[in-house]
Design a protein around this ligand. Structure first.
Ligand SMILES: [Zn+2]
Length: 69
């Protein structure tokens, strides 16, 4: 059992420098979801969804909002 396959083991905590650790985790960050602007009020919204501020979707009001003018 002296023959060790290094790739099978987790990376030892104390052998990895701060820079190496940060470089490895530089790919772990979550990506920002795509965002678009509402054509009616200009609010930043998720694409293909009703605007939560004015309730508009595809140029029509499809939802009533609390602060409707
Ligand atoms: Zn809007």
């Amino acid at each position: 059992m002296l023959k060790l396959d290094i790739q099978l083991f987790a990376v030892p905590f104390h052998r990895v420098s701060k820079t190496r650790k940060k470089l490895r985790r530089s790919h772990n960050a979550m990506e920002m979801p795509g965002m678009t602007k509402c054509p009616n009020c200009g609010e930043v919204i998720k694409p293909h969804r009703v605007c939560t501020k004015c309730g508009f979707y595809k140029g029509k009001e499809v939802m009533e909002t609390k602060d409707a003018e």
